[in-house]
Design a protein around this ligand. Sequence first.
Ligand code: 1HE
Length: 265
Amino acid sequence: MKAQAPDRTPAWIASEIQGDIAIVRLARPEKRNALNDPVVFGLEKFFTSLPESVMAVVLHGEGDHFSAGLDLSELAERSVADGIGHSQNWHRIFEKIQFGRVPVVTVMHGAVVGGGLELAAATHIRVAERSTYYALPEGVRGIFVGGGGSVRLPRLIGTARVMDMILTGRTYDAVEGQAMGISHYLVENGAGLAKGIEIARRVAKNAPLTNFAIIQALPRIAESDPATGYLTEALVSSIVQGEGEAKERLKAFLEKRAPKVVQNR
Ligand code: 1HE
C-alpha cells in the first residue's frame, strides 16, 4: 500500500495554540484545500500530538473554500489494493479525530464537498458561514465515498439524502444544511472562525471527564441496543459525577457561586 505517513507536518497544515485551545487550518487554498496524503497524515500528526494543555480544537480552511475533498490527482494511478489502503488510512485518522481526547469544532465556508464533508462529519460541532455549500460529487466522478462518509453521513442526515446527493451530485446551501443538521451554527460570512473559537473556549472549560464521556461514550451508547445503552450510561454517569471536579461544580451551584442556565447564548 502506497501511502506512508510523512515524518513532519506539511506546509499545507498550519496550527497555533491559543491558551487551552488549538486552531488548525487546512492551508492549501491554491488547490481549494483538496485532501492529499500529506494533508491527511498532517492532520493525524496534529491530532495525535496535541499538548495536554489543549482542551478543544478549531478546524478551518484557508481561502474561499473549506475543502474540495479528496485530491483527485492522487487517484489516477491508484490500484484497487492501494485504494483500500487509502480509504482505511482515512478511516483510522478520522476515527482519531472523532474519538480523540478533545472536542473539535469545524468552521465551514464555501465548498464542503466529498472528503471535506466526510472530515467535517468526523468532528463534534460544525459552524457554517452563509457561503457554505455541501455536495458529494463522487457519483459524477465515478468513485464512492471513502473517508467514512457512508457510515457517518447517513447517521447525520439520513441514508435517503446521502443516496440522492451521491447519485445526482446535487448541492445543499448553508441554510438547507443547517435545517438538516449538518451544521449546528449558521453565521454570517467571515464570522465563522470567531464563533468557532468562542465555542471551543466554552467547551474547553467543561470538566475533562465530561468531554471524555461525550466524545467516547455518547456516540457508542447511541449505537447500542437500549439495554446496553442504559447500563453504559449508568456506569459512565456515575464515573463522571464521582470525580472531584464534578463535586466541586455541583457544590458551587448549590452555594450560588456558579452561573445559571441562560437563554440564547
Ligand atoms: C483540485 C480539487 C480536487 C480543486 N482535487 N485538485 N472533489 C470534487 O469533485 C470537487 C472538485 N473541485 C471543484 O469542483 C472546484 O474546484 C470547487 C467548486 C471546489 C472550487 O472551484 P474554483 O473555481 O474556486 O477552483 P478551481 O479552478 O476548480 O480549482 C483550483 C485548483 O484546485 C485547480 O488546480 P490548477 O492547478 O488548475 O490551478 C483544480 O484542479 C484544483 N482542485 N479541487 C485536486 N478535489 C476518501 S474518498 C473522498 C471522495 C471525494 O472527496 S470525491 C470529491 C472530489
